[in-house]
Design a protein around this ligand. Structure first.
Ligand code: BEZ
Length: 229
């Protein structure tokens, strides 16, 4: 399931998964071989991201940032998959070039070990709403899809071409979603691991009354209560 949009002037239809939708399935070639997404990743969390183009400066810094964090994401049971509308040979040449030539922010000799999807046909980019014609006619924007072990889209972040992503935020989103699921709570503004979580709103007057008196729960009002995890 996904949201279908139609361009009124060209009649072109493209889709866009929404939060809560099953992640659209596809088969694609990547720098690590054929990929059946999302089934190949079983019950891992998945981060599917698009970048505008190989051999471009901001994308290169993002790839180094993702590569540096891949081990941390593995520890969070999270697989990373990149995508652009470039060819397989372009992806391979760029990854090799990053390792051999790029020095950035104290990083050199960087291995890009996550797969990069080849999407010359724009099949996957259209399926996931990664192409935004107002921003670029032929390159993906910087989209990030967070997909849970049941293959449901849980969060989506979009950045424009000129702005590299905040990787601390990407990691925070994964940890926050896993925390919300594990403890059946919500997370407040600027939440980071270690901070208190927010209780879901009460659904009865009795519940509203009881929670304020409960030990370990801090309420500033009946609808805004927090607890340590
Ligand atoms: C970049 O990654 O630097 C970039 C790519 C496409 C358009 C603008 C910037």
């Amino acid at each position: 399931m996904s949201c279908e949009l139609q361009n009124q002037s060209t009649n072109q239809v493209w889709s866009m998964p929404r939060i809560g939708d099953p992640a659209p399935e596809f088969r694609a070639m990547t720098t690590k071989g054929k990929l059946n997404f999302p089934s190949d990743y079983g019950d891992s969390w998945k981060i599917l991201f698009s970048h505008p183009a190989d051999f471009t400066p901001v994308c290169t810094t993002e790839f180094i940032a993702f590569a540096n964090m891949q081990e941390e994401f593995e520890k969070l049971n999270t697989k990373i998959v990149g995508l652009s509308v470039d060819s397989l040979s372009s992806h391979i040449a760029w990854v090799r070039n990053i390792k051999e030539k790029i020095v950035w922010d104290g990083n050199a000799n960087v291995d890009i070990n996550f797969p990069i999807i080849v999407d010359l046909s724009k099949k996957v980019s259209n399926l996931y709403g990664m192409l935004m014609p107002g921003e670029s006619n032929n390159a993906c924007v910087r989209a990030v899809f967070f997909i849970d072990p049941k293959n449901i889209v849980r969060a989506i972040i979009y950045y424009p071409l000129v702005l590299g992503r905040n990787f601390d935020e990407i990691k925070r989103v994964i940890i926050a979603l896993q925390t919300a699921d594990a403890h059946d709570v919500a997370l407040p503004a600027n939440w980071v691991p270690g901070k208190e979580a927010v209780l879901h709103s009460p659904i009865t007057t009795d519940e509203a009354q009881e929670r304020c008196a409960q030990e370990g729960i801090n309420c500033t009002e009946w609808y805004l209560c927090t607890k340590k995890l």
